[in-house]
Write a protein that binds this ligand. Structure first.
Ligand code: AHR
Length: 496
Protein backbone atom coordinates (compact mmCIF):
# COMPACT_ATOMS: atom_id res chain seq x y z
CA UNK A 1 0.00 0.00 0.00
CA UNK A 2 1.46 3.35 -1.04
CA UNK A 3 0.72 6.50 0.97
CA UNK A 4 -1.07 9.16 -1.05
CA UNK A 5 0.78 12.12 -2.48
CA UNK A 6 -0.41 15.49 -1.22
CA UNK A 7 -0.68 18.42 -3.61
CA UNK A 8 -1.60 21.88 -2.33
CA UNK A 9 -2.54 24.60 -4.80
CA UNK A 10 -2.36 28.13 -3.44
CA UNK A 11 -5.17 29.70 -5.40
CA UNK A 12 -4.72 33.06 -3.64
CA UNK A 13 -1.15 33.56 -4.89
CA UNK A 14 -1.22 33.83 -8.69
CA UNK A 15 2.17 33.85 -10.38
CA UNK A 16 3.32 34.57 -13.94
CA UNK A 17 1.06 34.16 -16.96
CA UNK A 18 1.89 31.19 -19.19
CA UNK A 19 2.33 32.87 -22.56
CA UNK A 20 0.24 30.92 -25.05
CA UNK A 21 3.34 30.75 -27.26
CA UNK A 22 4.80 28.23 -24.82
CA UNK A 23 2.60 25.90 -26.90
CA UNK A 24 4.23 27.01 -30.18
CA UNK A 25 5.12 24.74 -33.08
CA UNK A 26 8.05 24.39 -35.47
CA UNK A 27 7.68 23.61 -39.19
CA UNK A 28 10.92 23.21 -41.14
CA UNK A 29 11.60 22.32 -44.76
CA UNK A 30 12.64 18.84 -43.69
CA UNK A 31 11.46 15.45 -44.92
CA UNK A 32 7.69 15.40 -45.34
CA UNK A 33 7.09 17.94 -42.57
CA UNK A 34 5.88 20.60 -44.97
CA UNK A 35 5.71 19.03 -48.44
CA UNK A 36 3.16 16.15 -48.38
CA UNK A 37 2.54 16.44 -44.64
CA UNK A 38 0.91 19.86 -44.78
CA UNK A 39 1.40 21.38 -48.23
CA UNK A 40 -0.07 19.52 -51.21
CA UNK A 41 -0.58 22.49 -53.51
CA UNK A 42 -3.86 24.00 -54.74
CA UNK A 43 -4.13 21.53 -57.66
CA UNK A 44 -3.96 18.44 -55.45
CA UNK A 45 -6.92 16.00 -55.29
CA UNK A 46 -6.36 16.03 -51.52
CA UNK A 47 -8.83 18.63 -50.22
CA UNK A 48 -6.90 21.77 -49.38
CA UNK A 49 -7.17 25.48 -48.78
CA UNK A 50 -4.63 27.56 -50.66
CA UNK A 51 -2.53 24.38 -50.98
CA UNK A 52 -2.61 23.43 -47.27
CA UNK A 53 -4.42 20.16 -46.58
CA UNK A 54 -7.77 20.60 -44.87
CA UNK A 55 -7.59 17.50 -42.66
CA UNK A 56 -4.30 18.57 -41.12
CA UNK A 57 -5.45 22.18 -40.76
CA UNK A 58 -8.64 21.02 -39.05
CA UNK A 59 -6.72 18.90 -36.54
CA UNK A 60 -4.18 21.64 -35.84
CA UNK A 61 -6.95 24.16 -35.21
CA UNK A 62 -8.14 22.03 -32.28
CA UNK A 63 -4.73 22.66 -30.69
CA UNK A 64 -5.21 26.44 -30.95
CA UNK A 65 -1.69 26.54 -32.38
CA UNK A 66 -0.57 29.95 -31.11
CA UNK A 67 2.60 30.34 -33.16
CA UNK A 68 4.55 28.68 -35.98
CA UNK A 69 8.32 28.96 -36.50
CA UNK A 70 9.49 28.69 -40.13
CA UNK A 71 11.47 27.88 -42.38
CA UNK A 72 14.10 26.21 -40.11
CA UNK A 73 16.17 25.10 -38.23
CA UNK A 74 19.34 24.37 -40.10
CA UNK A 75 17.40 24.97 -43.31
CA UNK A 76 16.98 28.64 -42.38
CA UNK A 77 20.67 29.41 -42.70
CA UNK A 78 20.70 28.27 -46.32
CA UNK A 79 17.32 29.73 -47.27
CA UNK A 80 17.20 32.65 -49.68
CA UNK A 81 13.76 34.19 -49.47
CA UNK A 82 13.71 35.55 -53.02
CA UNK A 83 13.68 31.91 -54.24
CA UNK A 84 10.24 31.53 -52.66
CA UNK A 85 8.20 34.41 -54.13
CA UNK A 86 6.44 34.96 -57.44
CA UNK A 87 4.90 32.39 -59.77
CA UNK A 88 5.52 28.95 -58.27
CA UNK A 89 6.38 27.33 -61.57
CA UNK A 90 9.20 29.82 -62.09
CA UNK A 91 10.82 29.40 -58.70
CA UNK A 92 14.29 27.85 -58.68
CA UNK A 93 14.84 24.27 -57.55
CA UNK A 94 17.51 23.97 -54.90
CA UNK A 95 19.07 21.09 -52.99
CA UNK A 96 18.14 20.71 -49.34
CA UNK A 97 21.69 20.04 -48.24
CA UNK A 98 20.83 19.65 -44.58
CA UNK A 99 18.00 17.19 -44.89
CA UNK A 100 18.45 14.24 -47.21
CA UNK A 101 19.91 16.12 -50.17
CA UNK A 102 16.48 16.18 -51.79
CA UNK A 103 15.18 18.77 -54.23
CA UNK A 104 13.57 21.83 -52.72
CA UNK A 105 11.00 23.24 -55.13
CA UNK A 106 10.47 26.45 -53.18
CA UNK A 107 6.72 25.95 -53.69
CA UNK A 108 6.25 26.99 -50.08
CA UNK A 109 7.67 30.45 -49.61
CA UNK A 110 6.78 33.61 -47.73
CA UNK A 111 3.23 34.03 -49.04
CA UNK A 112 2.35 30.37 -48.53
CA UNK A 113 3.72 30.41 -44.98
CA UNK A 114 1.63 33.43 -44.06
CA UNK A 115 -1.42 31.72 -45.61
CA UNK A 116 -0.81 28.81 -43.24
CA UNK A 117 -0.44 31.09 -40.23
CA UNK A 118 -3.60 32.97 -41.16
CA UNK A 119 -5.55 29.74 -41.69
CA UNK A 120 -4.47 28.55 -38.25
CA UNK A 121 -4.90 31.94 -36.59
CA UNK A 122 -1.30 31.62 -35.41
CA UNK A 123 1.40 34.19 -34.77
CA UNK A 124 4.49 34.07 -36.97
CA UNK A 125 8.13 33.41 -36.17
CA UNK A 126 10.40 33.89 -39.18
CA UNK A 127 13.92 32.55 -38.83
CA UNK A 128 16.36 34.56 -40.95
CA UNK A 129 19.52 33.42 -42.69
CA UNK A 130 22.63 34.71 -40.98
CA UNK A 131 24.82 31.72 -41.84
CA UNK A 132 24.97 32.11 -45.61
CA UNK A 133 22.97 35.27 -46.28
CA UNK A 134 23.89 38.92 -46.07
CA UNK A 135 22.54 41.69 -43.82
CA UNK A 136 21.07 43.23 -46.98
CA UNK A 137 19.16 40.06 -47.84
CA UNK A 138 17.81 39.76 -44.31
CA UNK A 139 16.75 43.40 -44.02
CA UNK A 140 15.11 43.28 -47.46
CA UNK A 141 13.06 40.27 -46.40
CA UNK A 142 11.72 42.19 -43.42
CA UNK A 143 10.94 45.16 -45.65
CA UNK A 144 9.20 42.93 -48.20
CA UNK A 145 7.01 41.39 -45.52
CA UNK A 146 6.22 44.40 -43.37
CA UNK A 147 6.48 47.62 -45.35
CA UNK A 148 3.35 49.63 -46.02
CA UNK A 149 5.28 52.08 -48.20
CA UNK A 150 5.45 52.33 -51.97
CA UNK A 151 9.00 50.96 -51.96
CA UNK A 152 9.96 48.63 -54.79
CA UNK A 153 9.99 45.64 -52.42
CA UNK A 154 6.58 46.47 -50.91
CA UNK A 155 5.21 46.90 -54.44
CA UNK A 156 6.70 43.54 -55.39
CA UNK A 157 4.82 41.95 -52.47
CA UNK A 158 1.62 43.58 -53.74
CA UNK A 159 2.31 42.33 -57.26
CA UNK A 160 2.73 38.86 -55.77
CA UNK A 161 -0.74 39.02 -54.30
CA UNK A 162 -0.51 40.61 -50.87
CA UNK A 163 -1.66 44.21 -50.56
CA UNK A 164 -1.40 44.62 -46.79
CA UNK A 165 1.85 44.09 -44.93
CA UNK A 166 2.25 40.78 -43.15
CA UNK A 167 2.55 40.68 -39.39
CA UNK A 168 5.92 39.25 -38.41
CA UNK A 169 5.61 38.65 -34.68
CA UNK A 170 9.08 37.23 -34.08
CA UNK A 171 12.27 37.25 -36.14
CA UNK A 172 15.23 34.97 -35.37
CA UNK A 173 18.66 36.10 -36.54
CA UNK A 174 20.29 32.79 -37.48
CA UNK A 175 19.91 29.34 -35.94
CA UNK A 176 22.32 27.11 -34.00
CA UNK A 177 25.23 29.37 -34.80
CA UNK A 178 27.42 26.95 -32.81
CA UNK A 179 26.71 24.21 -35.41
CA UNK A 180 24.81 24.08 -38.70
CA UNK A 181 24.34 27.86 -38.59
CA UNK A 182 28.04 28.56 -39.08
CA UNK A 183 30.17 26.83 -36.41
CA UNK A 184 30.83 30.09 -34.61
CA UNK A 185 32.00 31.11 -31.18
CA UNK A 186 29.41 32.99 -29.10
CA UNK A 187 31.53 36.16 -29.16
CA UNK A 188 31.72 36.13 -32.95
CA UNK A 189 27.99 35.46 -33.27
CA UNK A 190 27.20 38.28 -30.81
CA UNK A 191 29.05 40.72 -33.07
CA UNK A 192 27.33 39.37 -36.17
CA UNK A 193 23.94 39.54 -34.44
CA UNK A 194 24.46 43.24 -33.72
CA UNK A 195 25.73 43.80 -37.25
CA UNK A 196 22.67 42.20 -38.86
CA UNK A 197 20.20 43.62 -36.36
CA UNK A 198 21.39 47.15 -37.09
CA UNK A 199 19.84 46.93 -40.54
CA UNK A 200 16.56 45.30 -39.50
CA UNK A 201 14.60 48.53 -39.75
CA UNK A 202 10.84 48.73 -39.54
CA UNK A 203 8.38 51.31 -38.30
CA UNK A 204 7.89 50.68 -34.55
CA UNK A 205 4.35 49.40 -35.12
CA UNK A 206 5.64 46.61 -37.38
CA UNK A 207 8.68 45.69 -35.32
CA UNK A 208 8.91 41.99 -34.53
CA UNK A 209 10.50 40.67 -31.36
CA UNK A 210 14.09 39.78 -32.25
CA UNK A 211 15.59 36.49 -31.13
CA UNK A 212 19.30 35.74 -30.82
CA UNK A 213 20.20 32.12 -31.44
CA UNK A 214 21.55 30.62 -28.23
CA UNK A 215 23.05 27.42 -26.95
CA UNK A 216 21.92 23.88 -26.42
CA UNK A 217 22.03 21.14 -23.83
CA UNK A 218 24.26 22.09 -20.90
CA UNK A 219 26.23 24.82 -22.69
CA UNK A 220 25.35 28.13 -21.01
CA UNK A 221 28.19 30.09 -22.62
CA UNK A 222 25.76 31.37 -25.26
CA UNK A 223 23.27 32.72 -22.75
CA UNK A 224 26.14 34.30 -20.76
CA UNK A 225 27.87 35.89 -23.72
CA UNK A 226 24.80 37.05 -25.62
CA UNK A 227 23.14 38.60 -22.57
CA UNK A 228 26.40 40.39 -21.74
CA UNK A 229 27.23 41.58 -25.26
CA UNK A 230 23.79 42.48 -26.65
CA UNK A 231 21.64 45.03 -24.88
CA UNK A 232 17.91 44.32 -24.42
CA UNK A 233 17.01 47.17 -26.79
CA UNK A 234 18.51 45.03 -29.60
CA UNK A 235 17.35 41.61 -28.47
CA UNK A 236 14.06 40.43 -27.00
CA UNK A 237 15.07 36.86 -26.31
CA UNK A 238 17.81 34.27 -26.49
CA UNK A 239 16.84 30.86 -27.80
CA UNK A 240 17.80 27.51 -26.34
CA UNK A 241 17.54 23.99 -27.79
CA UNK A 242 17.26 20.73 -25.95
CA UNK A 243 16.40 17.35 -27.46
CA UNK A 244 15.56 14.25 -25.42
CA UNK A 245 17.61 11.29 -26.67
CA UNK A 246 16.81 8.04 -24.79
CA UNK A 247 20.37 6.71 -24.66
CA UNK A 248 22.07 10.10 -24.62
CA UNK A 249 24.22 8.85 -27.51
CA UNK A 250 23.52 10.58 -30.84
CA UNK A 251 24.97 7.74 -32.92
CA UNK A 252 22.50 5.24 -31.38
CA UNK A 253 19.69 7.21 -29.90
CA UNK A 254 17.17 4.43 -29.27
CA UNK A 255 13.97 3.43 -31.04
CA UNK A 256 10.61 5.19 -30.96
CA UNK A 257 8.80 1.93 -30.16
CA UNK A 258 9.72 -1.56 -29.00
CA UNK A 259 11.96 -0.15 -26.25
CA UNK A 260 12.41 -1.67 -22.81
CA UNK A 261 11.65 -0.10 -19.46
CA UNK A 262 15.27 1.05 -19.22
CA UNK A 263 14.62 3.41 -22.16
CA UNK A 264 11.24 4.47 -20.75
CA UNK A 265 12.87 5.73 -17.57
CA UNK A 266 16.02 7.07 -19.24
CA UNK A 267 13.86 9.09 -21.66
CA UNK A 268 11.73 10.59 -18.89
CA UNK A 269 14.77 11.21 -16.73
CA UNK A 270 16.63 12.92 -19.57
CA UNK A 271 13.65 15.07 -20.45
CA UNK A 272 13.39 16.22 -16.82
CA UNK A 273 16.94 17.59 -17.15
CA UNK A 274 15.47 20.52 -19.03
CA UNK A 275 14.43 22.02 -15.69
CA UNK A 276 18.00 22.45 -14.47
CA UNK A 277 19.20 23.46 -17.95
CA UNK A 278 16.59 26.24 -18.07
CA UNK A 279 17.50 27.32 -14.53
CA UNK A 280 21.21 27.50 -15.45
CA UNK A 281 20.49 29.58 -18.55
CA UNK A 282 18.20 31.89 -16.60
CA UNK A 283 20.85 32.34 -13.90
CA UNK A 284 23.39 33.27 -16.60
CA UNK A 285 21.01 35.78 -18.19
CA UNK A 286 19.95 37.18 -14.79
CA UNK A 287 23.53 38.28 -14.14
CA UNK A 288 23.34 40.70 -17.08
CA UNK A 289 19.61 41.35 -17.15
CA UNK A 290 18.25 41.21 -13.60
CA UNK A 291 15.06 43.00 -14.64
CA UNK A 292 14.22 39.95 -16.77
CA UNK A 293 13.52 41.85 -20.01
CA UNK A 294 15.20 39.19 -22.13
CA UNK A 295 13.17 36.03 -22.69
CA UNK A 296 14.58 32.52 -22.87
CA UNK A 297 12.76 30.82 -25.73
CA UNK A 298 13.11 27.05 -26.00
CA UNK A 299 12.52 27.18 -29.73
CA UNK A 300 13.39 23.52 -30.33
CA UNK A 301 12.60 20.69 -27.95
CA UNK A 302 11.23 17.16 -28.02
CA UNK A 303 12.28 13.55 -28.48
CA UNK A 304 14.81 12.54 -31.11
CA UNK A 305 14.98 8.80 -31.85
CA UNK A 306 16.62 6.63 -34.49
CA UNK A 307 14.61 7.05 -37.69
CA UNK A 308 12.05 4.36 -38.52
CA UNK A 309 13.80 1.45 -40.32
CA UNK A 310 13.84 1.85 -44.09
CA UNK A 311 13.17 5.60 -44.07
CA UNK A 312 15.49 8.35 -45.31
CA UNK A 313 17.87 9.13 -42.44
CA UNK A 314 17.72 12.79 -43.42
CA UNK A 315 13.94 12.95 -42.93
CA UNK A 316 13.94 12.40 -39.13
CA UNK A 317 10.74 10.39 -39.30
CA UNK A 318 9.81 8.59 -36.07
CA UNK A 319 6.70 6.99 -34.54
CA UNK A 320 5.22 8.58 -31.48
CA UNK A 321 4.02 6.64 -28.46
CA UNK A 322 2.48 7.14 -25.05
CA UNK A 323 6.04 7.84 -23.85
CA UNK A 324 6.09 10.95 -26.05
CA UNK A 325 2.86 12.20 -24.50
CA UNK A 326 4.43 11.94 -21.05
CA UNK A 327 7.55 13.70 -22.31
CA UNK A 328 5.40 16.55 -23.63
CA UNK A 329 3.41 16.86 -20.39
CA UNK A 330 6.53 16.80 -18.20
CA UNK A 331 8.04 19.57 -20.34
CA UNK A 332 4.85 21.65 -20.14
CA UNK A 333 4.83 21.37 -16.34
CA UNK A 334 8.45 22.56 -16.26
CA UNK A 335 7.88 25.40 -18.74
CA UNK A 336 5.02 26.65 -16.53
CA UNK A 337 7.42 26.94 -13.61
CA UNK A 338 9.60 29.29 -15.65
CA UNK A 339 6.77 31.24 -17.22
CA UNK A 340 8.27 34.63 -16.41
CA UNK A 341 11.29 34.02 -18.70
CA UNK A 342 10.21 31.10 -20.90
CA UNK A 343 7.62 32.97 -22.93
CA UNK A 344 7.85 30.81 -26.03
CA UNK A 345 8.75 27.25 -26.92
CA UNK A 346 8.45 25.34 -30.18
CA UNK A 347 8.18 21.58 -30.25
CA UNK A 348 10.17 19.93 -33.02
CA UNK A 349 8.22 19.45 -35.18
CA UNK A 350 4.62 19.84 -36.28
CA UNK A 351 4.00 17.02 -38.81
CA UNK A 352 5.96 13.85 -39.79
CA UNK A 353 9.26 15.05 -38.28
CA UNK A 354 10.67 14.13 -34.84
CA UNK A 355 8.06 14.45 -32.04
CA UNK A 356 5.19 15.28 -34.38
CA UNK A 357 1.55 16.09 -33.68
CA UNK A 358 0.33 14.39 -36.85
CA UNK A 359 1.61 11.63 -39.11
CA UNK A 360 0.44 11.51 -42.72
CA UNK A 361 0.70 9.17 -45.67
CA UNK A 362 -0.78 10.31 -48.98
CA UNK A 363 -4.37 11.32 -48.14
CA UNK A 364 -4.45 9.59 -44.74
CA UNK A 365 -3.38 10.90 -41.37
CA UNK A 366 -3.52 10.08 -37.68
CA UNK A 367 -3.03 12.09 -34.52
CA UNK A 368 -0.18 11.11 -32.23
CA UNK A 369 -0.22 10.77 -28.43
CA UNK A 370 1.79 14.02 -28.37
CA UNK A 371 -1.06 15.74 -30.22
CA UNK A 372 -3.42 14.63 -27.47
CA UNK A 373 -1.13 15.97 -24.74
CA UNK A 374 -1.08 19.36 -26.50
CA UNK A 375 -4.85 19.29 -26.84
CA UNK A 376 -5.39 18.44 -23.16
CA UNK A 377 -3.17 21.37 -22.15
CA UNK A 378 -4.95 24.00 -24.29
CA UNK A 379 -6.54 25.60 -21.17
CA UNK A 380 -3.03 26.41 -19.92
CA UNK A 381 -2.49 28.82 -22.84
CA UNK A 382 -2.44 32.33 -21.34
CA UNK A 383 -3.48 30.89 -17.96
CA UNK A 384 -2.00 32.27 -14.73
CA UNK A 385 0.28 29.92 -12.82
CA UNK A 386 -0.63 28.96 -9.26
CA UNK A 387 1.95 27.72 -6.77
CA UNK A 388 1.89 23.97 -6.20
CA UNK A 389 3.47 22.23 -3.19
CA UNK A 390 3.91 18.45 -3.32
CA UNK A 391 4.62 16.29 -0.29
CA UNK A 392 5.01 12.55 0.00
CA UNK A 393 5.99 12.21 -3.66
CA UNK A 394 7.45 8.76 -4.26
CA UNK A 395 10.33 7.80 -6.48
CA UNK A 396 10.06 5.65 -9.56
CA UNK A 397 13.38 3.84 -9.96
CA UNK A 398 15.03 1.31 -12.21
CA UNK A 399 18.67 0.38 -11.78
CA UNK A 400 20.56 3.54 -11.03
CA UNK A 401 17.94 5.88 -12.48
CA UNK A 402 15.36 7.40 -10.19
CA UNK A 403 12.79 10.11 -10.95
CA UNK A 404 9.85 11.65 -9.07
CA UNK A 405 6.68 9.64 -9.53
CA UNK A 406 4.35 12.60 -9.83
CA UNK A 407 4.75 15.88 -11.69
CA UNK A 408 2.10 18.54 -11.11
CA UNK A 409 1.24 22.00 -12.41
CA UNK A 410 -1.70 24.29 -11.76
CA UNK A 411 -3.01 27.49 -13.29
CA UNK A 412 -6.13 29.61 -13.41
CA UNK A 413 -7.46 29.49 -16.94
CA UNK A 414 -8.87 32.42 -18.84
CA UNK A 415 -12.31 30.92 -18.15
CA UNK A 416 -11.75 31.31 -14.38
CA UNK A 417 -11.45 27.57 -13.69
CA UNK A 418 -8.45 26.10 -11.89
CA UNK A 419 -6.64 23.56 -14.06
CA UNK A 420 -4.39 20.90 -12.58
CA UNK A 421 -2.18 18.61 -14.61
CA UNK A 422 -0.70 15.47 -13.10
CA UNK A 423 1.76 13.06 -14.69
CA UNK A 424 2.46 9.62 -13.21
CA UNK A 425 5.83 8.45 -14.55
CA UNK A 426 5.57 5.00 -12.98
CA UNK A 427 4.52 2.43 -15.61
CA UNK A 428 3.51 -0.12 -12.95
CA UNK A 429 1.30 1.52 -10.38
CA UNK A 430 -1.45 4.09 -9.98
CA UNK A 431 -0.86 6.93 -7.55
CA UNK A 432 -3.52 8.49 -5.33
CA UNK A 433 -3.14 12.24 -5.15
CA UNK A 434 -4.96 14.28 -2.49
CA UNK A 435 -5.42 17.81 -3.75
CA UNK A 436 -6.14 20.75 -1.45
CA UNK A 437 -7.02 24.11 -2.95
CA UNK A 438 -6.08 26.79 -0.45
CA UNK A 439 -8.43 29.71 -0.93
CA UNK A 440 -11.07 28.01 -3.07
CA UNK A 441 -14.30 26.10 -2.55
CA UNK A 442 -14.66 23.14 -4.87
CA UNK A 443 -18.05 22.99 -6.56
CA UNK A 444 -17.32 20.49 -9.28
CA UNK A 445 -14.47 18.76 -11.05
CA UNK A 446 -14.15 17.29 -14.53
CA UNK A 447 -11.16 15.79 -16.20
CA UNK A 448 -9.56 13.61 -18.82
CA UNK A 449 -6.81 11.03 -18.75
CA UNK A 450 -4.39 9.84 -21.42
CA UNK A 451 -2.88 6.42 -20.89
CA UNK A 452 -2.61 2.99 -22.54
CA UNK A 453 -1.85 -0.62 -21.76
CA UNK A 454 1.71 -0.49 -23.04
CA UNK A 455 4.51 2.05 -22.56
CA UNK A 456 5.03 2.20 -26.31
CA UNK A 457 1.37 2.19 -27.34
CA UNK A 458 0.90 4.10 -30.59
CA UNK A 459 -1.73 5.32 -32.96
CA UNK A 460 -1.42 4.15 -36.55
CA UNK A 461 -3.26 4.31 -39.86
CA UNK A 462 -4.91 0.98 -38.96
CA UNK A 463 -5.77 2.06 -35.39
CA UNK A 464 -5.81 5.84 -35.31
CA UNK A 465 -7.58 6.06 -31.95
CA UNK A 466 -5.72 3.46 -29.93
CA UNK A 467 -4.27 6.17 -27.66
CA UNK A 468 -6.55 9.08 -26.92
CA UNK A 469 -7.85 10.90 -23.87
CA UNK A 470 -10.99 9.70 -22.14
CA UNK A 471 -13.20 11.23 -19.45
CA UNK A 472 -11.80 10.89 -15.97
CA UNK A 473 -13.53 10.88 -12.59
CA UNK A 474 -11.94 12.75 -9.71
CA UNK A 475 -13.73 12.85 -6.36
CA UNK A 476 -14.53 16.18 -4.73
CA UNK A 477 -15.36 16.03 -1.02
CA UNK A 478 -15.30 18.70 1.65
CA UNK A 479 -13.33 21.12 -0.48
CA UNK A 480 -10.69 18.51 -1.32
CA UNK A 481 -10.09 16.37 -4.36
CA UNK A 482 -8.87 12.84 -4.61
CA UNK A 483 -7.32 12.00 -7.93
CA UNK A 484 -6.25 8.46 -8.65
CA UNK A 485 -3.75 8.81 -11.48
CA UNK A 486 -3.30 5.54 -13.38
CA UNK A 487 0.14 4.16 -14.12
CA UNK A 488 2.00 5.94 -16.98
CA UNK A 489 -0.64 8.58 -17.44
CA UNK A 490 -1.31 12.26 -18.01
CA UNK A 491 -4.36 13.72 -16.28
CA UNK A 492 -5.79 17.23 -16.61
CA UNK A 493 -8.67 18.23 -14.34
CA UNK A 494 -10.74 21.41 -14.30
CA UNK A 495 -12.00 22.60 -10.93
CA UNK A 496 -14.87 25.06 -10.54
O1 AHR B 1 14.72 19.99 -35.70
C1 AHR B 1 15.74 19.44 -36.48
C2 AHR B 1 17.04 20.22 -36.40
O2 AHR B 1 17.55 20.16 -35.10
C3 AHR B 1 16.97 21.69 -36.68
O3 AHR B 1 16.98 22.00 -38.02
C4 AHR B 1 18.20 22.21 -36.02
O4 AHR B 1 18.09 23.54 -35.59
C5 AHR B 1 18.43 21.24 -34.88
O5 AHR B 1 19.72 20.78 -34.84
Amino acid sequence: FAAPVNVTIDVAKPGAVINKNVYGQFAEHLGTGIYEGMWVGPESPIPNTKGWRNDVLGALKQLHVPLVRWPGGCFADEYHWKDGIGAREKRPTKVNTNWGGVEESNAVGTHEFFDLAELLGAQTYINGNLGSGTPQEMSEWLEYMTSDSKSTLAELRRKNGRAQPYKVDYFGIGNEAWGCGGNMRPQYYADLYKHYHTFMKTPESARPKFIASGGNDDDISWSSTLSREIKPNMMDAISFHYYTVPTGVWEKKGAATGFGENEWISTLSRTLRIDSLIKNNIAAIDKNDPSKKTGLYVDEWGTWYDVEPGTNTGFLFQQNSLRDALVAALNFNIFHQHADRVRMTNIAQMVNVLQAMIITDKDSYFLTPTYHAFEMYVPFQDATTLPVAISGNGKYSLGKVSIPEVSASAARGKDGKVYLSLVNTNPHKAVDVNVALAGKQVASVTGRVLTAGKMDAVNSFAQPQAVQPVAFNAKAQGGKLTVSVPAKAVVVVAVE
